[in-house]
Design a protein around this ligand. Structure first.
Ligand SMILES: CCCCC/C=C/C(=O)SCCNC(=O)CCNC(=O)[C@H](O)C(C)(C)COP(=O)(O)OP(=O)(O)OC[C@H]1O[C@@H](n2cnc3c(N)ncnc32)[C@H](O)[C@@H]1OP(=O)(O)O
Ligand SMILES: Cc1cc2nc3c(=O)[nH]c(=O)nc-3n(C[C@H](O)[C@H](O)[C@H](O)COP(=O)(O)OP(=O)(O)OC[C@H]3O[C@@H](n4cnc5c(N)ncnc54)[C@H](O)[C@@H]3O)c2cc1C
Length: 661
C-alpha cells in the first residue's frame, strides 16, 4: 500500500502508486531506522511547514550570493528559538534533519561550528578548556571554524607555526609564507569569530607536528578582525555558495590556550573521522533524492512509442532509463545502510578513545576513509545520470539538479581527496597482507570476529559460484567480492615487495603501485557495502517488504559484479557464461523493480522542500509549475529589461536606420 496517493495528483502517479506491492511506511521505517523515526521526521517536517519565517523568501536559484547569505543569517538568528520546539536536541538525527529542512543544501553560516569546530573542542580539549569553552560554544556565544587546509601545502607539511615562548609562557601563531595561509575553512570568511587552527607545534626548537589551537580571529563585539589577523571570503564556488569559505593569515598572534598531549598521536584527526562518518549517509540521501526526482519525472513524462500505434509511453518504461536510474536507487540505499552502521561504530570508538582505548581506531579510520571515497564518487556519477535522465528540463535550475549536483561535487574533496583516502585504506590493507603472507592474524587472538576484514584471512573458494542460484543469502556473490578484494590486496602487496627488493625506496615503490593499491581499496569497500546490505535485508520480516528489498539487493549485487568483471575474469575465476548470468539477473531485477519504482521513492518520504524540484514534486503537476517557476524569474519582472534600449535596442535601431539609408 502506498500512503502517498491523493486524488488530485497527476493520474500517472496515482496509477503507479496504486500498483505498490508493499507498504511504503514499512519501507520508510526500514530506511530511517524504525517507525518512530519516520513519525518524528514527519512531525519535524510539519513543524517546518507551519513556520513560514523559516522558509526562503524566493527560490535560492533566484538570489544573488549576498542575498543567499543574508537569508541564511536571518534564519540562523531565529533557529535557536525553533529547534528546541521542533526536535529532541539530544537526538543528532532529529537535529540534522531540522537543519536540513531549514537551510537545505547550499551551506549556512553556523555549519562548520556545529559539525567540526565545536566537536573538536568537545573531543580534544582538557577539563579546564572545556569549562571555558564548552557551554559558551553550545550557546553559540562564539562560532568556531576548523582551519586545517593551507593554500599551498599538504597536511603533513603544514607551514603555520605555533611556537612556545618560554619567557611569556605563550604560543605565537604565525603564517610565515603565502602558501601557509589557511584556505577553504567553512564560515571563516565572515560568519565565525573563532578558528581552531591546526599548526605545527614548536617547543625549544623541536617540532611536535600539527596540533589544534583555539584562536579568536574577530572581536566578539565589533566582529572586526583582531590585530595580526587578515581574514576574508575566498569567492564564489561550484556550490555551497551560502557558505563563506575563507582565507586567514596570522601575523604573530597570541591565542588563548594551553597544549594538552593527546591520548593517541592521531587523535588530532578525530574531527575528520566524525565528519567522514556523516558524509556517507549524506551521499546516500543525496543520491536517493536525485533518484526520487528522476523516477517521479520519468513516470509523468511521455515520449515516443515502444509498440507502434499504442501511444506515447512513460519514459520509465524504457529499459535504458531503468538501467540508468534503478542502480542509483540501490546504491543510495546501500550508502544509507552502511553509513548508519559506521556512524554508530564511529561514536562507539570515539567514546573508547576518550577512555584511552584506541584498539579499534585503525579499523575505523580505514573504513570511514573508504566509504567516504566510494560513496561520494558514485553519488556524484549517479546524480549526473539522474540529471541526464530528465532531458532538457534536468538542465533547468527548476529541476533541483544544478544545486544538488554542484553541491555534491564537494563530497569527493572535503575531508580528504578521495584518492588520498583510498590510499589510507590501502595502507591498512597492506598491513593485513603482510600478516597473511607471514601467517599472523591481525589482533592475534581476536576476542570476537571482525566482519570488516576477517575474510582476508580465510580461504575463499577458488572457483566462482555466482550462478549457483541455490546458495542462500547471496553468499556466493559476497564470496566473489571477497575473492577479488583479497586477490588485489595480495597482488599489490607482492608488487610492492618486489619493487623494494629491486631497490626502490618504500615511498617510490608505493607510488608505482598506487593505481593498484586504490583498486584493492575499492574492492575492500565494495565487499563491506555488499555485506552490510545483505545483513540488513536478512533482518527484515514481512514478505511484501522483504520481496521488494530483495529485488533492490539483487540489482545492487549483480550491478556491482558487472562493474568489476574485468578483475573477476582476468584470471579465469569468473567465466563468460557466468557474466551472462550476471546480466540476466540485472535485467530481471530492473523489470521487477519497475512497477514499484515510484512507490519505492515515495517510501523515502522526502518532502517537496527536501527535493527542491519542480520535476520531482510529490503531486506530479510538473508542467504547470514549470511555467509558474519561469514566470517567477527576476528577469520576468519587466516586460522590457531596464538596459534593453541602452544596448540591444539601440543596436537594432541603428541597424534599421542604416538599412533605410
Ligand atoms: C559535509 C561538509 C563538510 C565540510 C567541511 C570540510 C572540512 C574539511 O575538509 S577539513 C580538512 C580535511 N582534510 C583532510 O581530510 C586531509 C586529508 N588527508 C588525510 O586525512 C590523511 O590521512 C593525512 C594527511 C591526515 C595523513 O596522511 P599520510 O601523510 O599518508 O599519513 P601519516 O603519516 O600522517 O599518518 C599515517 C598514519 O596515521 C593514520 N591516520 C591518518 N589519519 C588518521 C585518522 N583520521 N584517524 C586515525 N588514524 C589516522 C594512518 O592510518 C597511518 O597509520 P599507521 O599506518 O598505523 O602509521
Ligand atoms: C567545499 C569545501 C569545503 C572545505 N572546508 C574546509 C574546512 O572547513 N576546513 C579545512 O581545513 N579545509 C576545508 N576544505 C579543504 C579540503 O579539505 C581540501 O581541499 C581537501 O582535503 C583536498 O586537499 P587539497 O585541496 O590540498 O588537494 P591537494 O592535496 O592539492 O590534491 C590535489 C590532487 O592531487 C592528488 N594528490 C594529492 N596528494 C596525493 C597523494 N598523497 N597521493 C596521490 N595523489 C595525491 C589527488 O588526485 C588530489 O585530487 C574544504 C574544501 C572544499 C572544496
Amino acid at each position: 500500500m502506498n500512503h502517498q496517493i491523493k486524488k488530485d495528483d497527476n493520474p500517472d502517479l496515482i496509477e503507479e502508486r496504486s500498483k505498490a506491492t508493499f507498504d511504503t511506511d514499512a519501507f520508510g521505517a526500514f530506511i530511517w531506522g524504525g517507525y518512530n523515526n519516520l513519525k518524528r521526521r514527519r512531525e519535524i517536517a510539519r513543524y517546518y511547514e507551519d513556520h513560514k519565517e523559516l522558509h526562503d523568501t524566493v527560490p535560492i536559484a533566484f538570489m544573488t550570493r549576498e542575498e543567499k547569505l543574508e537569508n541564511a543569517y536571518r534564519k540562523a538568528s531565529i533557529f535557536e528559538n525553533h529547534i528546541k520546539k521542533a526536535c529532541d536536541v539530544n537526538n543528532p538525527e532529529e537535529v540534522r534533519y531540522f537543519n536540513w529542512l531549514v537551510y537545505h543544501i547550499d551551506g549556512h553560516p553556523t555549519s562548520v561550528h556545529s559539525i567540526m569546530g565545536f566537536p573538536t573542542i568537545i573531543n580534544q580539549s582538557d577539563k579546564e578548556q572545556q569549562e571555558r569553552w564548552l557551554q559558551s560554544g553550545e550557546n553559540r556565544e562564539y562560532l568556531a571554524t576548523y582551519a586545517q587546509t593551507e593554500l599551498g601545502t599538504n597536511i603533513k607539511k603544514l607551514e603555520t607555526t605555533a611556537t612556545y615562548d618560554q619567557k611569556t609562557e605563550e604560543f605565537i601563531l604565525n603564517s610565515p609564507t603565502v602558501t601557509s595561509l589557511k584556505w577553504w575553512p567553512g564560515n571563516m570568511g565572515h560568519s565565525h569569530n573563532v578558528a581552531i587552527v591546526m599548526a605545527q607545534l614548536w617547543i625549544n626548537n623541536k617540532c611536535y607536528g600539527p596540533h589544534p589551537f583555539f584562536v579568536q580571529i574577530r572581536d566578539p563585539k565589533t566582529h572586526k578582525p583582531l590585530p595580526g589577523i587578515t581574514v576574508g571570503d575566498i569567492g564564489p564556488k561550484f556550490g555551497l555558495n551560502t557558505t563563506d569559505n575563507g582565507f586567514l593569515k596570522l601575523d604573530h598572534v597570541f591565542p588563548n590556550g594551553t597544549y594538552v598531549p593527546p591520548v593517541h598521536d592521531k587523535i588530532a584527526y578525530s574531527s575528520m573521522m566524525l565528519v567522514r562518518a556523516i558524509i556517507t549517509p549524506l551521499m546516500g540521501e543525496n543520491l536517493c533524492i536525485g533518484a526520487t526526482i528522476a523516477i517521479r519525472y520519468s513516470a509523468i513524462r511521455r515520449q515516443g512509442e515502444i509498440k507502434p500505434g499504442d501511444g506515447e509511453v512513460q519514459i520509465l518504461d524504457y529499459q535504458t532509463q531503468q538501467h540508468r536510474l534503478f542502480p542509483q536507487l540501490a546504491r543510495g540505499i546501500a550508502f544509507l545502510l552502511a553509513g548508519r552502521n559506521t556512524y554508530n561504530f564511529c561514536n562507539n570508538v570515539l567514546k573508547d578513545i576518550k577512555n584511552g582505548d584506541v584498539s579499534l581506531l585503525a579499523d575505523l579510520h580505514a573504513i570511514l576513509c573508504g566509504l567516504k571515497a566510494i560513496s561520494s564518487y558514485q553519488a556524484e556519477l549517479g546524480l549526473e545520470q539522474c540529471r541526464m535522465a530528465c532531458g532538457g528540463h534536468g538542465y533547468s535550475a527548476a529541476s533541483g539538479f544544478p544545486l544538488l549536483n554542484s553541491n555534491q561535487f564537494n563530497g569527493v574533496t572535503v575531508e580528504g581527496d578521495n584518492l588520498v583516502l583510498l590510499l589510507q585504506v590501502a595502507r591498512y590493507l597492506m598491513k593485513r597482507a603482510k600478516e597473511i603472507r607471514y601467517e599472523i592474524r591481525y589482533g592475534q587472538q581476536p576476542s570476537k570476529p571482525n566482519e570488516i576484514y576477517d575474510y582476508l584471512f580465510d580461504d575463499a573458494p577458488k572457483k566462482c559460484l555466482i550462478d549457483q542460484a541455490y546458495v542462500p543469502n547471496y553468499k556466493n556473490v559476497l564470496e566473489s567480492f571477497e575473492y577479488l578484494s583479497k586477490k588485489l590486496t595480495l597482488q599489490a602487496y607482492d608488487k610492492l615487495e618486489q619493487l623494494k627488493q629491486r631497490g626502490r625506496t618504500s615511498e617510490v615503490a608505493w607510488n608505482e603501485c598506487s593505481v593498484e593499491l586504490c583498486k584493492a581499496a575499492r574492492a575492500h569497500i565494495r565487499t563491506f557495502l555488499a555485506r552490510t546490505f545483505i545483513n540488513e535485508v536478512n533482518q527484515v520480516n514481512g514478505l511484501p517488504l522483504l520481496t521488494v528489498l530483495k529485488d533492490l539487493l539483487q540489482l545492487y549485487l549483480f550491478y556491482e559484479v558487472k562493474e568489476c568483471m574485468a578483475g573477476l575474469m582476468e584470471d579465469g575465476y569468473m567465466l563468460g557464461q557466468q557474466l551472462h548470468y550476471v546480466k540476466k539477473n540485472i535485467y530481471e531485477a530492473l523489470s521487477k523493480i519497475r512497477p514499484n519504482a515510484v512507490s519505492i521513492v515515495d517510501s523515502f518520504d522526502f518532502t517537496d522542500r527536501e527535493l527542491n524540484s519542480v520535476l520531482g514534486r510529490r503531486d506530479g503537476h510538473v508542467y504547470e509549475n514549470l511555467l509558474k517557476w519561469a514566470q517567477a524569474s527576476p528577469l520576468n519582472k519587466h516586460d522590457v529589461l531596464p538596459f534593453h534600449h541602452k544596448y540591444l535596442g539601440r543596436m537594432m535601431e541603428e541597424a534599421r536606420q542604416k538599412s533605410r539609408l
